[in-house]
Structures are given as C-alpha cells and as structure tokens.
Design a protein around this ligand. Structure first.
Ligand SMILES: CNc1nc2c(CCNCC3CCCCC3)c3nc(N)[nH]c(=O)c3cc2[nH]1
Ligand SMILES: [Zn+2]
Length: 374
C-alpha cells in the first residue's frame, strides 16, 4: 500500500485526467464526487448503504461536530471513523465556510474568526491552530486549512486584504500540522474572488508553503455559471498537476463535467442529498420531480438502468406516494438513488477519460442536463 498522500496519475483526455489518491483509510479513484455527511452521517443512510453505492470517500463537518457532540468527545470515542462506523476515507472542511453561512455575529481578526453557535448562541473562536486540532481529533484523512470564502461581489480591496490573511492562516495551519502526522493530509485553499491576478497570487503563495492537495475555494457562491467557468478555466492550470485538485461545493452534473474538463479531481456538493429531500431526482434521462401528478399512476421504475434498491424495487407511483405522505422512507430511497446516480456518472466519466472519449460523454450528459435550467 502506498503512503498516504501518494497521488498517481492515470490516462488523461485533454485537461481531464484520472488518478488515484492514497489515504490512511484507503485509495480514492479520481475524478471523484464526495457525498456530504453533516452531523456524522450522510442523512438517512447507513455506512453499508454508502459502500453499496460505491462511495469511496465522504465529507464530515468540522463546524457541526465541534459544536455537537464535540471533537474531544469524538476523539475519546476513537475518532470519527469509529464513531460513525465508516471505515473509508473522510475529508473534513475547516468549518470556515459553515461559520460564514450558518452562524451569526461573526468577527474576522488576525487570530481567527469568532462566531456564535447556531445551536445555543455560545461564542467560539476558530483559529488556524484550533481547526487543525479539531480535524486531528476527528481523525479525518484529508483536512482543509482555515480560510475566508470571500462573499460574491466583494471589491478588490476587500478581496486583497482577505487573501493576505487567508494565506497567513494557511501558513499557520501548515505549521500546526507539518505533514505526515498520523497519515492525515492537509489541503490548501485558493481564494482571490473573481480577480484572476489575485487567484494567481494565492496559488503561488500556497505552492510556496506546500500542501498535499489544492482546492479552489470562493466559487459556487452565487456567481453566474460563466463567471465560475471563467475562473475555473484560468485558475485550475495554476494548481500543480501532480497533486489532487478539489473544487469546493460543486456541483450539479453539468458543473462536474465542466470541472473535470478543466482538470479538477475532487468535488463535493449537498445537491444530491438535499434534492432527495425535496423530491428532485437525477436520472440518465434527466431530472424527475417525483411529486408531480403525472407520476401518480406510473408503475414504471424511476430509472430502469439504475441498480439502486429504489429503482429495482419500487414504482414512481410509490416514490411519489411516499414523498406526498412525507414518509421517512421517501428521504432514504431518494437519497440512495441520487447518490447512486452521482456515483455511476463519475464512474462513467472516469472510463470515458481512460477511453479518450470524454468530450462525447460530456455532450451526451449535457443533452439531458442542459446548461440553461437550474
Ligand atoms: C456550495 N458552494 C460552496 N461550498 C463551499 C465550501 C464548503 C464545501 N463543502 C463543505 C461541506 C458542506 C456541508 C457540510 C460538510 C462540509 C467552501 N469551503 C471552504 N473552506 N472554502 C471555500 O471557499 C468554500 C467555497 C464553497 N462554495
Ligand atoms: Zn436508482
């Protein structure tokens, strides 16, 4: 078995590439979509379900687990893998993004970001050293640095100032986790908003510090698709080709395709799990809104080509009934299906890259996932 952090590139097709990342809890084939677990669980699924749908790596949530049940308790109970019964790789975000999106009353200073818990209003400080300690306690295989995800529309002056602080925080994170510590990897996060020169500066600064992988942050924050793709195309080649590249918070099928075409290796998004809860299901024939009346008497499976338990066992009429009746099983079956779809789509993408036919695969998928609708 390779040492954690080993990243071996396989066949490529244009800027799209396949690879294999070794972590302390196993290897991850790239490009990869990572299902999001929020409070130590991928909502409504058991770890066995995740293995059944061939999930290779999942996301844990530093912010939530720190607040409840507490990272120290999780450490005392053997770490997040043992706590949640998932023996595969886990990536944890630093929590910075959640602080900005979930908690009120936050202040940014040299030391770190102070915020009020969305649970009980108590005050907390996330410093670079603190978020490293939390992720070490959780035992995640891939940790992220503390960063400020600059709000969409921030002006150049604010973005420049924020970038300088974010880089100082990244350096403190690296110092707090010099590398090789129990095989836990540390990724840097490129910021710089929508200013290409600032993005280049950010990438160069992070490269000089040196990380096991590099993420593009500050995207999928409300910008238009073309704005995201513009930065994506310009910034991705700045990230070292021999290290994993992670596009944070992305995304819908067409955004995964655009990211892979640009040379991105790793993705995470709440879309498949969140949409499962509101009845929006992804199939290879396009999106299905299961609550629509047209499915009331539809005795056919959601996606006859899908191997998941929901598609193999139930009709659209039944899935619609469960959703309309607000039955808990609706949540579980819809999540099983959506994550199976994302898993199969990524497997087909990896094979298309290996076969040198990624452009054709992308065109085929975009025909059912047009770029105009949300
Ligand atoms: C949705 N768009 C988006 N997400 C971003 C995220 C979060 C990525 N997902 C993390 C999971 C969220 C659910 C719970 C578990 C962790 C970002 N994170 C960081 N640190 N920096 C970003 O610029 C950053 C930028 C992001 N943009
Ligand atoms: Zn299915």
């Amino acid at each position: 078995m390779n040492v954690p952090g080993t990243f071996t590139l396989g066949p490529g097709d244009g800027n799209a590439r396949t690879g294999c990342l070794t972590t302390a809890h196993g290897d991850v084939e790239t490009p990869i979509f990572m299902p999001v677990g929020t409070q130590g669980t991928v909502k409504s699924l058991c770890p066995t379900d995740l293995h059944d749908l061939k999930a290779q790596i999942i996301l844990g949530n530093t912010y939530h687990l720190y607040l409840r049940p507490g990272d120290e308790l999780v450490a005392k109970l053997g770490g997040l893998h043992r706590f949640m019964g998932w023996d595969g790789p886990i990536l944890t975000d630093s929590g910075g993004f959640q602080v900005f999106s979930l908690s009120g009353l936050r202040q940014i200073a040299e030391e770190g970001v102070t915020f009020s818990s969305h649970i009980d209003g108590s005050r907390h400080l996330f410093s670079p050293e603190k978020v490293i300690a939390i992720q070490q306690n959780l035992g995640s295989d891939i940790m992220m640095v503390l960063d400020e995800c600059v709000p969409y529309g921030a002006d150049r002056a604010y973005t420049e100032k924020s970038l300088a602080l974010t880089t100082r925080w990244a350096r403190r994170c690296r110092q707090a986790h010099p590398g090789g510590h129990r095989g836990q990897l540390l990724f840097g996060i490129v910021q710089g908003g929508f200013f290409k020169d600032l993005r280049a500066e950010s990438a160069a600064q992070l490269l000089e510090i040196g990380f096991d992988g590099y993420a593009l942050g500050g995207l999928s924050v409300g910008e238009s698709r073309e704005e995201m793709y513009d930065i994506l195309g310009d910034a991705t080649p700045l990230l070292p080709a021999d290290r994993p590249r992670y596009l944070m918070g992305v995304g819908a099928p067409r955004d995964l395709l655009a990211g892979m075409a640009a040379g991105i290796d790793m993705f995470d998004c709440v879309l498949p799990t969140r949409n499962a809860r509101n009845g929006t299901l992804f199939t290879f024939q396009g999106k299905v809104n299961i609550k629509r009346a047209e499915y009331r008497e539809d005795d056919t499976p959601l996606d006859p080509t899908c191997p998941c338990y929901a598609c193999q066992t139930f009709s659209k009429a039944y899935l619609r009934h469960l959703y309309v009746a607000r039955e808990l099983l609706s949540y579980r079956l819809n999540t099983l299906h959506n994550l199976t779809f994302f898993s199969i789509m990524m497997e087909r993408a990896r094979q298309a890259i290996r076969d040198g036919r990624f452009a054709a695969f992308r065109a085929e998928m975009e025909a059912v996932y047009p770029t105009d609708e949300e």
